[in-house]
Design a protein around this ligand. Sequence first.
Ligand SMILES: *[C@@H]1O[C@H](CO)[C@@H](O)[C@H](O)[C@H]1NC(C)=O
Length: 218
Amino acid sequence: MKATLAVVAGFAATVMGHGFVNNFTTDGQYNQGFLLDYYYQKVNTGSFPNIAAWYAENLDSGFVAPDAYGTADINCHKNSAPGAITASVKAGGSLTFSWGPDAWPHPYGPILAYVAACNGDCSKVVKTNLQWVKIQAEGIDYSSQVWASQNLHGANSPNGAQNYPQCFNIAVTGSGTKTLPAGTAGTALYKSNDPGILMNPYTTITSYAMPGPTLWSG
Ligand SMILES: *[C@@H]1O[C@H](CO)[C@@H](O)[C@H](O)[C@H]1NC(C)=O
């Protein structure tokens, strides 16, 4: 049996800075990310290239603040909408995401990856129906005190954390039989006072509570 699971891959980097996924590769194949230029193309001409990355209005490469965790924006960023096409990767294959513009200027914080089943064509998915399953979580290296996002964040004040969700339509092909476990609605993923979000990063961290639901081992 050849199974195709169409998923939205979502990233949430809880860091300070400015960033977005410039491009990504699926089994070595280059895929364009959503660029700010496309926003202006859409405003000026009504359209922009068909890409698997989601549209979003993070115009300053900015972030979703903790006081918006309860809003639809936490799914795939501000006023996001599904990409028109779907990239594809083999089960067990490789996915690489390149964050731009270059690096995080002063990031402290984890990088989390989630998937949510589209249950059909990802380009028609309703983002508030997405049920997120965490598949990767990288926090801080306790010995070097270096974060996944490489530097610092300003989360030691309420609403200080900055969230950079980015989404992509990806079909996972293969003959596997595993099914995704029940996920979590975007609006239920985080709370502004979660210990991994409202925290003092300017100290030695010996234990870090990863934000969001349990990591799926599948
Ligand atoms: C992909 O994104 C990275 C990170 O922003 C950038 O350095 C690289 O030039 C991009 N690749 C292409 C082919 O545009």
